[in-house]
Design a protein around this ligand. Structure first.
Ligand code: GLU
Length: 293
């Protein structure tokens, strides 16, 4: 099945969108529309379905600032069957192994030779079946599933950062609680909906080599990335809801659009006006410091 190419915005519904998230959403929309792509929304609610109220509000806020999308927003909790199918496929190809490590175990384990710092040390990679049985009994909690990768690093091309090389370790594809891991869900969903352009905050740049590796393994088409700078508060820390006056309910649509435009060096415009001016090459490369008021 070949779908028309698309871009997307994929918020986690853990809190209302703040001005920085709204700006990233606007940029994702601009990147997609300016390249003739469809634009999709996906609520990444795998962590907790009781957040659906927040997810609904996120969608309403995106509509309120004038963004448009081409299909009803998707919710990851409705996609369990597709994630499970991919996990089964990887399992059938002997590409997954059980991992019994806690965060602490990982932090305390000696680093594997050749592995970059921050990579999973490989503790559970080569256990024998009796060793696995012992570990299962010892830990008393269900294991996570990790992908057996054949490299330590990978490189992606990013429209903002140029080429970026980062860790590709044996990352988790299904968590110990049985929930598909973010890195798996995002790759599967993007491919299933024809997304070939990923625009998101640059806090996620380090996960992109892992995601690109998995996509290649699954024979998915290549993704174009654009990781845009995050928004900071006046103290230089990542903007958060506790900074106050950061959500659309607090700022108001007009002021929020004005602020987003200002951050991009434009006079106040609506999304269609922004689209006429948008030039990815002119995108500020540094974080934007948000000053309320
Ligand atoms: N759900 C992630 C977040 O809100 C973004 C995932 C993505 O864009 O790949 O941080």
């Amino acid at each position: 099945m070949s779908l028309a190419p698309a871009g997307r915005f994929a918020p986690s519904p853990s809190a209302d969108l703040h001005i920085g998230n709204l700006r990233t959403a606007v940029l994702a929309w601009l990147f997609a529309r300016s390249t003739g792509r469809r634009f999709l929304l996906r609520v990444e609610d795998l962590d907790d379905r009781t957040f659906s109220e927040i997810g609904t509000r996120q969608i309403e806020d995106l509509a309120a600032i004038g963004l448009t999308w081409d299909e009803p927003p998707q919710w990851q909790t409705t996609h369990r069957a597709r994630y499970d199918a991919v996990i089964e496929r990887l399992q059938a190809e002997h590409l997954l192994y059980e991992c019994y490590c806690s965060r602490r175990d990982i932090a305390q384990a000696p680093q594997a030779p050749h592995a970059p710092e921050g990579a999973y040390p490989g503790t559970c990679r080569d256990l024998t079946e009796p060793e696995r049985a012992t570990r299962r009994a010892e830990t008393g909690r269900p294991p996570a599933l990790r992908l057996r990768t054949d490299t330590f690093v990978g490189t992606v091309t990013d429209l903002v950062h140029g080429t970026y090389t980062g860790i590709v370790d044996d990352f988790v594809v299904r968590r110990g609680d049985g929930v598909p891991a973010y890195n798996l869900a995002v790759v599967v969903d993007d491919a299933e909906s024809g997304v070939d352009q990923v625009v998101r905050g640059d806090d996620l740049l380090p996960s992109s080599p892992r995601q690109a590796y998995l996509a290649r393994l699954l024979d998915y088409p290549e993704t174009i990335y654009a990781h845009v700078p995050l928004v900071l508060n006046e103290d230089g820390a990542r903007l958060a809801k506790r900074d106050g006056a950061v959500t659309l309910a607090e700022i108001g649509v007009e002021r929020a659009l004005e602020q987003i435009c200002r951050s991009l060096g434009w006079p106040a415009l609506d999304p269609d006006g922004m689209l006429r001016r948008f030039d990815p090459a002119g995108l500020p490369r540094h974080p934007w410091v948000y000053r309320p008021g």
